[in-house]
Design a protein around this ligand. Structure first.
Ligand code: C2E
Ligand code: MG
Ligand code: MG
Ligand code: MG
Length: 283
């Protein structure tokens, strides 16, 4: 029954199982098993240069294939992994896999290829990321810090504790880039953009969705792009699904696009390394 409702929904939450605590326990237990039995994989989605159509970056997105339920959306299990602390181990695994993959792409495809890895705020808390071991893994794989972007969210930058700024500084000093995910949905304090030396802003897909019909969304995208460029940041638009959205963003000077128009997240072997920018004409 769970599967018939769409491959991305994991209905631990079936109507017959009303006990919230019980559902939660089952998901937690299944996640533990999943870690032990390596039921995870990573899909990659290209981040496309809107001027050239070239793909020199990709976002790593975790996937869980549950033996019974099928594919489970990260939106359903990342929150539980965060609450239970399992996100630390899971996040380590994603980072290590993604670095291995980018090492391969830098050899076979483009020497400056970058992989963008989502890192949860929880991973910056106590007993979170072992940064020394992340950097050691990079050098073991022969990948410089420049091969990795860490995607963080606005909320993290507001966290005054946990030495967040010191940890981000360690990444920066290693050459690792910082990307601000879902920009515009959190408590966007513009002073943080300067303070934390961010490299990329990712405009949240909620601003892109109605770009062609809602002048307010177009205005917001324009303002974000101009502001980012003024501060020396590059901009990635998320959730680009149509050529019209792509063209408006490109005309507004947006640097990169990511979305189903170009490619859905897919196994590494399916990565498209260049995408047509048909009819695109910009200054
Ligand atoms: P995100 O980092 O903002 O990732 C973008 C999400 O948008 C992905 O959902 C992606 O599949 C989806 N997407 C891409 N293009 C389009 C499009 O054109 N239209 C629409 N409607 N959606 C699009 P996904 O893979 O389900 O991941 C959801 C969220 O789960 C991610 O949002 C991220 O916050 C989190 N996540 C995924 N992988 C990881 C991970 O390895 N670690 C952590 N901490 N979080 C992760
Ligand atoms: Mg992301
Ligand atoms: Mg996002
Ligand atoms: Mg900068």
């Amino acid at each position: 029954a769970a599967k018939s409702q769409g491959r991305n929904r994991y209905n631990v939450f079936t109507p017959s199982m009303q006990d919230a605590a019980q559902k939660r326990m089952r998901l937690i237990n299944d996640l533990r098993v999943a870690m032990a039995e390596k039921q995870f994989s990573i899909h990659y989605q290209p981040i496309v240069d809107l001027r050239t159509g070239q793909v020199h970056k990709a976002e790593a997105l975790i996937r869980w294939r549950h033996p019974v339920e099928g594919l489970v959306s990260p939106a359903d299990f990342i929150p539980i992994a965060e609450e239970t602390g399992m996100i630390v181990e899971l996040g380590d695994w994603v980072f290590r896999e993604a670095v291995k993959q980018v090492a391969a792409w830098r050899r076979t495809h483009h020497p400056q290829f970058q992989v963008s890895v989502n890192v949860s705020p929880m991973q910056f808390r106590n007993e979170g990321i072992d940064q020394a071991s992340w950097l050691a893994h990079l050098s073991a794989m022969g990948v410089p810090g420049q091969g990795v972007l860490v995607e963080i969210t606005e909320g993290l930058l507001m966290d005054a504790g946990h030495n967040v700024s010191g940890q981000l500084q360690v990444f920066r000093q290693a050459g690792i880039g910082l990307s601000l995910d879902d920009f515009g949905t959190g408590y966007s304090s513009l002073s943080y953009l300067k303070k934390f030396d961010i490299d990329f802003l990712k405009i949240d897909q909620s601003f892109v969705r109605n770009l062609t019909t809602d002048p307010d969304d177009m205005a917001l995208c324009n303002v974000i792009i101009v502001m980012a460029h003024t501060l020396g940041l590059k901009v990635v638009a998320e959730g680009v699904e149509t050529p019209a959205q792509r063209d408006l963003l490109a005309a507004a000077g947006c640097d990169y696009g990511q979305g189903y128009l170009f490619a859905r997240p897919a196994p590494a072997g399916e990565m498209p390394f260049a995408l047509p920018m048909a009819g695109l004409n910009r200054p």
